[in-house]
Design a protein. Structure first.
Length: 233
């Protein structure tokens, strides 16, 4: 894995504590990871692992950050979860590879995905979650190392370039979408203050409402975009 844009990951713990959102993410992709051998790329502090463990026992992680890699190895030592620093040392193929809020940190994300497709079995799934809509790009994105936000068009192009089948492609978290609009155009706050943790808690509390509105809006808008691509057999 290429190194992510350099930042200290100060927001990761707050997002990892957003349990309603994390559960919602897993609901979106459960059928593509259940009982499968999975590789989670750019695992950060491993906040999603406890949710993966509920649907599969075959989990491996990649985290290029030296500090975060060390945290992961200590954290999951008893679980015997393999933690790699880069893809070059991997000697097996996986049924599902995940990039959960990762490629927005990578300048040449297409090359990153191309290189890691070698670790994916034919008929396997590539799961990618990203922040949606570049017009929602804020100082928060900049401060956490996001280089861009994405639309469905990015993944239509990606699927054609690498000859992958699109199995799922939808926006979600409509409440998050409107909260970002409000923060971008109606008010501002110090992104590194305690307000961030507080705001994440409020947003997480509203996720059940977001699920309702996502259905009402037919997943046409959302703070996030989930894409599942299948490697052709």
């Amino acid at each position: 894995m290429q190194k992510k844009n350099q930042y200290d990951g100060w927001e990761l713990e707050s997002f990892d504590e957003a349990s309603n959102f994390r559960k919602y993410q897993i609901e979106k992709i459960e059928k593509y990871i259940k009982n499968k051998r999975i590789l989670d790329v750019g695992s950060g502090r491993g906040g999603l692992v406890k949710y993966y463990k509920k649907v599969t026992k075959k989990i491996s992680l990649i985290e290029p950050s030296k500090n975060l890699n060390s945290i992961l190895k200590k954290k999951f030592k008893k679980d015997k979860i393999k933690v790699f620093k880069n893809k070059l040392v991997i000697k097996r193929k996986y049924e599902t590879i995940l990039y959960m809020d990762v490629i927005e940190h990578i300048q040449d994300y297409e090359n990153e995905i191309y290189l890691n497709l070698k670790n994916l079995k034919k008929g396997g799934f590539l799961v990618i979650n990203v922040p949606a809509f570049n017009f929602l790009y804020t100082d928060f994105d900049k401060n956490v190392g996001h280089l861009k936000r994405f639309t469905k068009k990015d993944f239509f192009n990606l699927s054609k370039k690498f000859h992958l089948n699109i199995k799922k492609l939808e926006y979600y978290d409509s409440i998050g979408f409107f909260l970002i609009l409000c923060s971008k155009f109606l008010f501002r706050y110090d992104l590194k203050s305690k307000n961030v943790s507080k705001n994440i808690k409020i947003w997480n509390y509203l996720i059940p409402l977001s699920k309702v509105f996502d259905n009402l809006f037919f997943n046409k808008i959302g703070k996030s975009l989930i894409c599942v691509l299948e490697k052709k057999k």
